[in-house]
Design a protein around this ligand. Structure first.
Ligand code: NOJ
Length: 736
């Protein structure tokens, strides 16, 4: 076998753009020089928030007077700038993940970062890879990209590079084990070492590798200790093992002790007041100065906190004429500048290319100038009270385009599906008949009068400080809301040509819907953001062939997942490594729509599997760089495959590579995603998908050695169009 170094092939879109961030070494030099000029009180102030609503942003620090450094502005969210307007309301993380498109992920990051910088936000609180999404009903899964750590990791890396290339500091969150909303402030995530590394740490490794400026520690406990004061999680895992050189900021009020958190590796506390008694008391600020004075916290620790915070600021060049904050979160958020530029086009592209065509019987889609079309369901229209009528999107009225909670932004506008479809219909003379409530009888009546019916259903979730329709952040079930099943049943009884469009935060159970013979096509459009209708019309009318792939498994029944949020103070993470498709594969459970599934208007054929991998077995050694041991990220070769577009329209295929580890890696999942490439092909065109493998891609975490280890033996290689639609298989061996 030949060892090939095709590093250029999988260079991230970010790196390819040539916009590299300046290095940590230079940033540290500047930070250390600045540190010398600061008083103790100023140092503590740089590490301490000014209290909730104490400044224009959701988090603000104290500005020192001895150096030219601002009151840092930290602002949500992972999909746009919260509490400010106008801004672009981008598609949610789960949609960005569903594109499987590195370059779009990067572009979305660039555009979000540009808006943050334009508004004077120093730290944008995203992206998210915790929750990872092990619980299909977890309330905040949609803020992240995918339940698969590899896909999530790539998405983290591209997004962070994009954001930071635009000049804003990214904040990878929530570190770590914050997998549900119910009891999130008290629950202990009892995570075994191997699953911690292979599932939950993995995407954060990519984040650190992308030089993420900051990491937010989470509300929950990890193995009995608060995440924000866990030596094992902060100092040892994040800073030593992953080589993270930025700063750890607490989630808002996730700090519980002053000294312990400082010693464990927390670097910044937010929002600076806590809800203990007396209310408003703070752990740091002057108390941190006192703790250093009395020897409870070493001077070196305080200096380290400040150095990290300042270095992150220098890293993304925020010392060079950064804009002033130009809005206030607390008075309607009206900004004195318009930062939206042409970002709607990025938002539309992500929304469009994330749409997953789950089912398409008898080529029902794309639409071919139907004489009449019924548009049914309240998810087809914008909430009559306006798209921002509910604070932090905490209601499910009208079309769903983001979940609820802090991970939101204000819509500048929201293109309703019905309006975008009407605009198309006007061009083709199609009559549109609407029933834009969830009333089943009215829906059936509208459908009876039309050639084709499109039914819109949804399922919402969000952050636990808001309960919506009795869902406490986490979802009570995986059914469509507002009796969506009945609505579809009713429509399907009066029309033979039904298309179902789903706006959802995650999987919904589709069995009732699929039992209706009239349901010919199903589209998952996720949480598409402001360009919702336009993106959907692009796909419905076929101006673009669908190319999204579902970033989680859709089961036949909820219990098939083997995990879900719980009413408890301890989550034992008993599923181990077997989340989502790893669980379905191991237990031989047939999913309804498997992880990575998504149809197109054309067809792709795979051939010519070529495997060129040469790796040595054993533990990974070598010095620690950003992300982990340097060796872990070195190429060990490539797998490539030839793909032909056999259809008559252009389209894009996401070719996926899964690897099965040899038996010498005990108790491993049958296969795991370890590469993907989105290939854009003209009709009858062909191309090559090349997956570069690194040592990490072949490794498991050895709990005895406390190292990543490449096992010896025969590795199984699966390449295909989804995790179950495997087109080509092969093997390679690693000698012992
Ligand atoms: C709590 C959320 O968990 C976090 O994601 C967010 O950034 C902060 N609140 C600030 O709003």
């Amino acid at each position: 076998m030949r060892l090939l170094f095709f590093s250029a092939l999988t260079t991230s879109a970010a790196q390819a753009s040539g916009l590299a961030t300046s290095g940590w070494d230079a940033a540290y030099s500047k930070a250390q020089a600045a540190l010398q000029k600061l008083s103790q009180a100023e140092k503590a102030g740089i590490a301490t928030g000014v209290t909730w609503e104490g400044g224009p942003c959701v988090g603000n620090t104290y500005a020192p007077s001895s150096i030219d450094y601002p009151s840092l502005c930290l602002q949500d969210s992972p999909l746009g700038i919260r509490f400010a307007n106008p801004v672009t309301a981008f598609p949610a993380g789960i949609n960005a993940g569903a594109t499987w498109d590195r370059s779009l992920l990067y572009s979305r990051g660039v555009a979000m970062g540009a808006e943050a910088k334009g508004l004077g936000v120093h730290v944008q609180l995203g992206p998210v890879s915790g929750p990872l999404g092990k619980n299909p009903d977890g309330g905040r899964n949609w803020e992240g990209f995918s339940v698969d750590p590899y896909l999530s990791g790539v998405a983290m890396e591209e997004t962070i590079r994009g954001m930071q290339d635009s000049g804003v500091q990214a904040c990878a969150k929530h570190w770590i084990g914050n997998e549900q909303e119910v009891n999130r402030d008290t629950i202990s995530s009892e995570m075994a070492d191997r699953q911690t590394h292979e599932l939950y740490v993995w995407p954060f490794m990519n984040a650190v590798r992308a030089d993420v400026a900051s990491v937010m520690c989470s509300y929950n406990k990890v193995n009995g200790t608060w995440a924000c004061e866990s030596e094992a999680i902060l100092n040892e895992l994040l800073k030593n093992e992953l080589g993270f050189r930025g700063y750890v900021v607490s989630d808002w009020n996730a700090q519980h002790t002053g000294v312990n958190s400082a010693l464990a590796g927390l670097d910044m506390t937010m929002p600076g007041s806590d809800f203990n008694t007396p209310r408003g008391s703070i752990f740091w600020g002057s108390n941190l100065v006192e703790a250093v004075a009395n020897g409870s916290v070493p001077q070196s620790r305080l200096d380290d906190m400040v150095t990290r915070i300042l270095a992150a600021w220098y890293l993304v060049n925020q010392d060079q004429g950064y804009p002033e904050v130009s809005f206030s979160s607390w008075n309607g958020g009206k900004a004195s500048v318009d930062v939206t530029a042409d970002h709607a086009s990025v938002a539309r592209a992500v929304a469009r290319d994330s749409i997953v065509l789950l089912k398409n019987e008898a080529q029902t889609l794309p639409l071919r100038q139907p004489k009449s079309l019924a548009i049914i369901g309240q998810d087809a229209i914008v909430n009559p009270a306006g798209p921002n009528a509910c604070t932090d999107r905490g209601c499910d009225n009208g079309t769903l385009a983001m979940g609820w909670g802090s991970g939101t932004a204000e819509f500048p506008y929201l293109v309703a599906p019905v309006d975008a479809i009407q605009a198309q219909a006007d061009k083709t003379g199609t009559q549109i008949i609407t029933s834009t409530t969830d009333d089943a009888a009215a829906g059936a009546e509208a459908a009876a009068a039309a050639e084709t019916a499109i039914v819109f259903i949804n399922s919402d979730s969000g952050e636990g400080y808001i309960t919506v329709e009795n869902n406490p952040g986490d979802r009570n079930n995986l059914d469509p809301w507002h009796n969506g099943n009945s609505l579809v049943q009713s429509v399907a009884s009066s029309n033979k040509n039904v298309i179902v469009v789903i706006h959802s935060v995650g999987p919904i159970i589709l069995e009732t819907i699929l039992a209706q013979p009239s349901v010919k096509a199903i589209i998952w459009a996720g949480l598409p953001g402001q360009e919702s209708g336009n993106a959907l019309a692009d796909i419905l009318y076929g101006s673009t062939s669908p190319s999204g792939k579902i970033p989680y498994t859709i089961a036949k029944q909820r219990s098939d997942y083997g995990a879900g949020w719980i009413y408890a103070q301890t989550d034992s993470f008993t599923e181990g490594l077997f989340v989502d498709y790893r669980h379905f594969d191991k237990n031989g459970i047939d999913p309804r729509y498997e992880f990575g599934h998504g149809l197109s208007y054309t067809e792709f054929a795979y051939s010519g599997l070529s495997i060129n991998v040469l790796a040595t077995s054993g533990p990974t050694i070598g010095s620690i760089i950003s992300g982990g041991p340097v060796e872990l990220f070195e190429s060990v070769g490539t797998v490539s495959v030839h793909i032909v577009n056999n259809g008559s329209v252009e389209g894009a295929e996401v070719a996926q590579l899964y690897i099965g580890l040899p038996e010498s890696a005990p108790l491993s999942p049958p296969k795991q995603l370890r590469g993907f490439e989105k290939v854009f092909l003209q009709a009858a065109g062909s191309g090559t998908a090349t997956f570069e493998l690194t040592r990490r891609d072949l490794s498991y975490w050895d709990v005895t050695l406390q190292k990543w280890v490449v096992p010896s033996g025969t590795f199984r290689v699966y390449v295909g169009a989804s995790s179950r639609d495997i087109r080509l298989q092969g093997t390679f061996s690693v000698a012992s």
